[in-house]
Ligand binder design. Structure first.
Ligand code: AMP
Length: 418
């Protein structure tokens, strides 16, 4: 396998899949440039090595070409951060793109328009009628897959080597994230973002220093079943907080008032608790919770035992006794994995639990633990609370990170690593 550090980019055109799916406001200004900043070291490495860049990405979920999702809105930001002028091919399949990539000189950069303006990128048919028959759906799918081959071939024709640095889409077998790699059997590699992500997850999952504690929060158990089952085989302690904890509390006979619950997952919750017991994993569910009389910033609040939430009230954050216990567990850990907020952290009134977890993870890291924070909301929480540089690694990939941790081989990783 090639590595970006050892590969000679001299005189080569590198096509780089980045994740520049950044949030834009109504004036098309970037409100968070984290993803662009993350890819800059990879892009600079190619230029510094005497190569040229063809940068490709998706933005949003367009159904076809539309100004709203044009990557032209972000050219200025890339130029500012990369420090070179960036040319723009307004159609990633157009003759312009072919010409412009062919004429690239060492040190130059070209950005292709949003790949998802073409259905071939994802390989999923668009514009099918709601009531399309299964036969029609199948035919449309076959047609897109056939067109996708030409799409991939054309993208590959622009370059001499391929770099995948888009961890956020590594769990998708799309044209630019996986399929294109086969055109570069000896000239494909991960960028620094991908390398960093893979190293961080492998460090946590392969030979973690112990005790190993996973903190899982968020709204639903159902979306985290596989990961809980996988983690159960690896961790010593499992802290379960947030909305998903009430399904466990109810399953064990607690009275949870109007808290979030998935009634169809109660049996599963009991099974998971039983599995943990057999595996010798300590489970830490909330003991006390901050409850509100409505889901809103203006709710009245009180603290009560988690298994005695009054009717008309819902648990929206961890209570002080819970936080104290969790903090002790986190402080005594040597490896920490955190995914999902332990309360409705978007509302100030219910952000204390998540803030306390962030602080404990940061302090434990300071004391020598390795900590990996991943998943959209927990990343937002550590950023918002100012702890991003106080934990060992903050993952950029939400779904991709979860699938990787579940033990699923990501197509974007497999395409490079083989
Ligand atoms: P998820 O998308 O499943 O990772 O869940 C993240 C969301 O869970 C965030 O928007 C939180 O506000 C929400 N959340 C966390 N704790 C609770 C809770 N106790 N009740 C309702 N929602 C919650």
């Amino acid at each position: 396998m090639q590595s970006i550090d050892k590969y000679s980019f001299n005189g080569k055109r590198a096509i780089v899949r980045v994740d520049f799916n950044v949030p834009l406001n109504e004036k098309f200004e970037i409100t968070d440039n984290t993803r662009i900043r993350a890819a800059i070291p990879t892009l600079k490495k190619v230029l510094a090595g005497g190569g040229s860049l063809i940068i490709m990405s998706h933005l949003g979920r367009p159904k076809g070409p539309t100004d709203k999702y044009s990557l032209k809105h972000i050219i200025g930001e890339i130029e500012k951060l990369l420090g070179v002028k960036v040319k723009f091919a307004p159609d990633c399949m157009g003759s312009d793109a072919t010409e412009m990539s062919k004429n690239l000189k060492p040190g130059e950069a070209l950005l292709l328009e949003n790949l998802r303006f073409y259905e071939e990128e994802e390989g999923k048919p668009r514009g099918l009628a709601e009531d399309a028959s299964d036969e029609d759906k199948k035919t449309a799918k076959v047609a897109v897959k056939a067109k996708q081959k030409d799409f991939v071939k054309k993208l590959a024709s622009y370059a001499d080597c391929y770099i995948n640095d888009a961890f956020g889409t590594a769990h998708r077998a799309h044209a630019s994230t996986a399929l294109i790699a086969e055109y570069f059997p000896n000239d494909k590699m991960f960028g620094y973002v991908m390398e960093g992500e893979i190293k961080a997850v492998d460090k946590v999952l392969e030979k973690p220093a112990r005790p190993f504690t996973a903190i899982l929060g968020g709204s639903k158990v159902s979306s985290k079943i596989t990961i809980i089952e996988q983690l159960m085989k690896k961790v010593n302690n499992l802290i379960i907080g947030g909305g998903m904890s009430f399904t466990f509390t109810k399953a064990t006979g607690g009275k949870i008032g109007d808290s979030l619950v998935e009634d169809d997952q109660l049996a599963l919750a009991l099974r998971l608790l039983d599995q943990a017991k057999k595996a010798g994993v300590n489970i830490y569910l909330p003991k006390d919770v901050v409850v509100g009389d409505k889901f809103g910033e203006d709710a009245n609040t009180q603290v009560c035992a988690v298994s005695n939430v009054p009717d008309g009230w819902m648990g929206l954050d961890a209570g002080t006794a819970t936080i104290a216990t969790w903090k002790e567990v986190i402080m005594s850990s040597k490896t920490i994995l955190w995914n999902g907020p332990v309360g409705v952290f978007e509302m100030e009134k219910f952000a204390k639990g998540t803030a306390a977890v962030a602080q404990a993870v940061a302090e434990s890291t300071q004391a020598g633990a390795y900590s990996l924070v991943g998943g959209g909301d927990s990343v937002a929480a550590v950023n918002q609370l100012g702890y991003a540089d106080k934990v060992s690694y903050v993952s950029t990939g939400g779904g991709a990170l979860l699938e990787y941790m579940e033990g699923i081989e990501l197509p974007g990783v497999k395409a490079i690593r083989g």
